[in-house]
Structures are given as structure tokens and as C-alpha cells.
Design a binder for this molecule. Structure first.
Ligand code: ZN
Length: 489
């Protein structure tokens, strides 16, 4: 099946063909670890987890390399550490902040059903690669040293700005570019800067005496290059594949298009003389809360951690995936309530069915159409409501044996592919299923069919229907006045 993805760089939806189908390569910008992740941070993590899962389904589990970095050197981290641990030496305080935040982040995204990426490189463990990249850029005349900083010269790259397609003046105004005396031009950006005493620092590149640290943009170019190109090229040449200096997919939130991704492209293309950094640039849209922009000052700043106290991870995930990833999303409590109902309904329908079958084709087709998760979810809905009436027409014996179980397995494997049922229903939902509303029409239909079967003394069929209902969480009571039912407690 063909996967199509929308590429921000070319502004078109195209068929995705990996450079090496045996090793599909994707890079996604990860968190800066200084505070609890908020629900806006969760969006790219969930969206690209779905893409990762889909790529694994299409190309095989062992044939996708997903790199998501951890930014553990940043001004925000330094500020946070100084504020939180004023009595500790800064480097020690920083370690405490980054370690705790890193752990929280991983716990949070695991609860959201996200698979761990193949590699999670840390900025501080890739300083040598960043310095090498910076020295290449200085050597090629794309960067210069000024007052112990190394800066990228935007003027040295004639087609800078292709990703965001904005005129230079607009970019300067929009990004509130820092005008500094050491810059040749306002748009020039920092690749390396001197550290103040006490701040994290490394010996500087380019013969600069003052120790310093890398700029944020530099990190991603260096780490993507190390883990998605340098490590892949020997495999490519061994297999007789051409190996242009690029990889398949670069992802992140739309807020990163400018300046972060624009600058990543500038660095990588100029350092390695390559016309492209990644073949596809995939960006998820913005998130707002209850119709308003999320901000600490608005008082509607929601962390993943807070939400997980009230909602299971898959309900949060479901709520995120109900909106197509490129559309803006409005995060509401109402949406969460609806999501909880749907997930509970599915879990009740699936019960403990086993083994897992193949995901549904129509469902996969929806995901292959630029990750159309709303359409994929609509398909899951359909699967969760097998045509009970049609089933009865076809004869009761069909129910337990074929249609019911097949639909269950199909729904389960499809929902699992999207990470919506990471655990079995029984583990995760036992308590919630009891409270879930069941499809009463279906229950009544099944009961009347069972009564019909009993009248005909077809007790095996009647028992199968009772078992089916039990899987839906429905308990029957046969009395001399007829059959009543209730949700199992
Ligand atoms: Zn990045």
C-alpha cells in the first residue's frame, strides 16, 4: 500500500518512497528538559509515534530508525536550575533538573502509549559532532567567528528561507531576532557561544579560547547526521543504493518551522553540500485549550501529568488523534469525556479476545493517506458495531464463531496499531468497562435471538450468545417471567 505524506518544503502531498526500504529513517525534535511537558508538547510525540508505528507496519519492525533528541543544554535549563536549587553549584543543579525532567517526560509519554524511539541522543553526549559540523561551516565560508561566538551567515546561502517561504524582513520581525553587535546581519544565528563562569561549557571549536556551548539548532543537525546518515551510509553502499547526504523524514511541531528547522536545513545543506536535508518535512498543527491559546498567563496551561491523574493515557491519545495532525486542535474536557466513552465501548466490545489478527485494510488505507487519523477512527467505530441485525438473519450460529470474533480481533489489532489499546482491555479497563454504556439495541436484539434459540431448544447457540453478551460486560438473569440483564459489577 502506498503511503502519502504532506511535505512542508514542497507544499504537496506526495507518495513516500524511502531511500532504503530496509532502513527507513526519521528524525523528530524532542523536548528541552526543564519542566513538565504540557499537552502541546504531547502532540508531536503522539503524532510521530503513530507515523513510527505505521512505518513499522509497512516496512517491518526492525526496518525503521526513529531518532528523537533530548536537549539537555539550554538557557532555560540553566535559569530553572538556578531558581530551583539556588544553594547548589549550577552544574549540579542542572543535573538534578535535567534528570528529573527527563524521567517525568518518559513516564508521561509511556502512559500516552508511545513507543520508545530507536535512538534518543542527548545534546551533551554529541558535542564533538556539533563542533565538527561548526568547523566545516567555517571552512566552507558559511559561518564566521566573532567575539568568541560562531555565527551562521544567512547571506552565504542564497535560498535560505525555502521551508517557511517568508520574506526576510517578515522573518526578522516575526522572530524578534536578537540584534547583537557581533552579528554581521540580524538574521545570522548562533552555532556556538561562550559560556558564563559556572555555566556548562566545553572547549570551543575554531581556535576560540573561551569555553562555550552549542546553539540549539546545531544540535539537531549534528545528531540527525550522526544517527541517520553517518551510521546508515555503509549499509546503503553495501546494498548498492545511492546515498545522497539526506534521510527520509524530519518531523516536529509547526512552531519549529521557523527559525529552528530553517536553520537546521541551512547548517546541514551547507556543511555537507546537499540539496536536501530530509526528503519529507512533516509538521503537526497548533494546539489550543477550550478555544484559547494555551499560556501560563491565561491560566489554562495543562501538563500531561495533571491530565493523567483524571484520564487514562489512551483517552488523551484518542482525543489528540481525533483531529488530523495538520489541523489546529482544540483540547476540551468535552472531547475527553466523549473519548472515554468511545474507548470504553471498544474495550467492552473487544473483551479479552485473542489472538490478535491483522489490522483492517480500510483502516490502514486511512492512515496511509497522510495519517488521516479521524478517518481511521471512523473505521474503528464501524468495526465496533458489527451489523447485529444482519447477523441474526444469517443465523445465530454465525455469531460466536465468525463475525463476532473476527470483528473483535480486527478492531483490536487495528486499534493497537494506533496505540489506542496498548494493553489488553481486561488489564486496563476492567473498572471502567463496568460503568460504560453498552449498545442497548444490540443487547436487546441478542437477548431476543437467544430466547428464540432456547424456544427451538438450540441450547449451544443460546449459550454462545450469553457468552458474547458476557464479553460485552452484560450479565443475564433468566426468570420465569423472562430474561433481564444488567452490566456486570
Ligand atoms: Zn530540532
Amino acid at each position: 500500500m502506498e503511503l502519502k505524506l504532506y511535505d512542508t518544503l514542497t507544499r504537496e502531498k506526495r507518495v513516500f518512497r524511502p531511500l532504503d526500504p530496509a532502513n527507513v529513517r526519521m528524525y523528530v525534535c524532542g523536548p528541552t528538559v526543564y519542566d513538565f511537558a504540557h499537552i502541546g508538547n504531547a502532540r508531536p510525540v503522539i503524532v510521530f509515534d503513530v507515523l513510527f508505528r505505521l512505518l513499522r507496519h509497512l516496512y517491518g519492525e526492525g526496518h525503521v530508525t526513529y531518532v528523537r533528541n533530548i536537549t539537555d543544554v539550554d538557557d532555560k535549563i540553566n535559569a530553572r536550575a538556578a531558581q530551583e536549587y539556588p544553594d547548589l553549584p549550577l552544574n549540579e543543579a542542572i543535573r538534578k533538573v535535567t534528570e528529573a525532567t527527563d524521567r517525568q517526560f518518559h513516564e508521561d509519554v509511556a502512559a500516552l502509549g508511545c513507543l520508545p524511539p530507536t535512538v534518543e541522543p542527548r545534546a551533551t553526549e554529541n558535542i564533538a559532532e556539533m563542533k565538527a559540523l561548526i568547523e566545516r561551516l567555517v571552512a566552507s565560508g558559511n559561518a564566521y567567528v566573532k567575539a568568541d561566538n560562531v555565527l551562521f551567515s544567512v547571506a552565504s546561502m542564497p535560498d535560505y528561507g525555502k521551508l517557511s517561504k517568508r520574506p526576510l524582513e517578515e522573518m526578522i520581525a516575526g522572530a524578534r531576532v536578537e540584534v547583537a553587535s557581533y552579528k554581521r546581519a540580524p538574521m545570522d544565528f548562533v552555532l556556538w557561544k561562550p559560556s558564563k563562569p559556572g555555566e556548562p561549557s566545553w572547549p570551543s571549536p575554531c581556535g576560540i579560547a573561551t569555553p562555550g556551548r552549542p546553539g540549539w539548532h546545531t544540535e539537531c543537525s549534528a545528531m540527525a547526521d550522526r544517527f541517520l546518515w553517518a551510521e546508515a551510509k555503509s549499509r546503503l553502499s553495501q546494498n548498492g543504493l545511492s546515498h545522497p547526504h539526506q534521510f527520509d523524514i524530519h518531523g516536529g511541531g509547526a512552531d519549529l518551522v521557523f527559525p529552528h528547522h530553517e536553520n537546521e536545513i541551512a547548517q546541514t545543506r551547507c556543511a555537507f553540500h546537499t540539496p536536501l536535508m530530509a526528503n519529507f518535512w512533516v509538521h503537526n498543527g497548533f494546539l489550543q485549550v477550550e478555544g484559547r491559546k494555551m499560556a501560563k498567563s491565561e491560566g489554562n496551561f495543562v501538563t500531561i501529568r495533571e491530565l493523567l491523574k483524571d484520564w487514562p493515557g489512551e483517552v488523551l491519545r484518542f482525543n489528540m488523534l481525533r483531529t488530523h495532525y495538520r489541523q489546529p486542535i482544540d483540547w476540551t474536557v468535552k472531547g475527553l469525556e466523549e473519548g472515554a466513552k468511545v474507548i470504553d465501548g471498544w474495550s467492552g466490545f473487544i473483551g479479552n479476545c485473542d489472538p490478535v489478527g491483522q489490522p483492517d485494510q480500510i483502516f490502514i488505507e486511512a492512515l496511509c493517506d497522510d495519517l488521516n487519523t479521524p478517518q481511521a477512527i471512523a473505521r474503528l467505530h464501524q468495526m465496533a458495531h458489527p451489523p447485529v441485525a444482519g447477523l441474526i438473519m444469517a443465523g445465530v450460529t454465525m455469531l460466536g464463531d465468525r463475525i463476532g470474533q473476527e470483528a473483535q480481533r480486527h478492531l483490536k489489532s487495528s486499534a493497537m496499531l494506533m496505540g489506542l489499546l496498548a494493553k489488553t482491555a481486561s488489564e486496563h479497563h476492567a473498572a471502567r468497562i463496568k460503568a460504560a454504556s453498552v449498545d442497548t439495541v444490540a443487547v436487546e436484539l441478542l437477548i431476543s435471538t437467544r430466547n428464540e434459540a432456547r424456544k427451538q431448544r438450540n441450547f449451544s447457540a443460546a449459550d454462545r450468545i450469553r457468552d458474547e453478551l458476557a464479553k460485552m460486560g452484560v450479565v443475564l438473569h433468566d426468570t420465569k417471567d423472562g430474561t433481564t440483564w444488567e452490566i456486570a459489577r
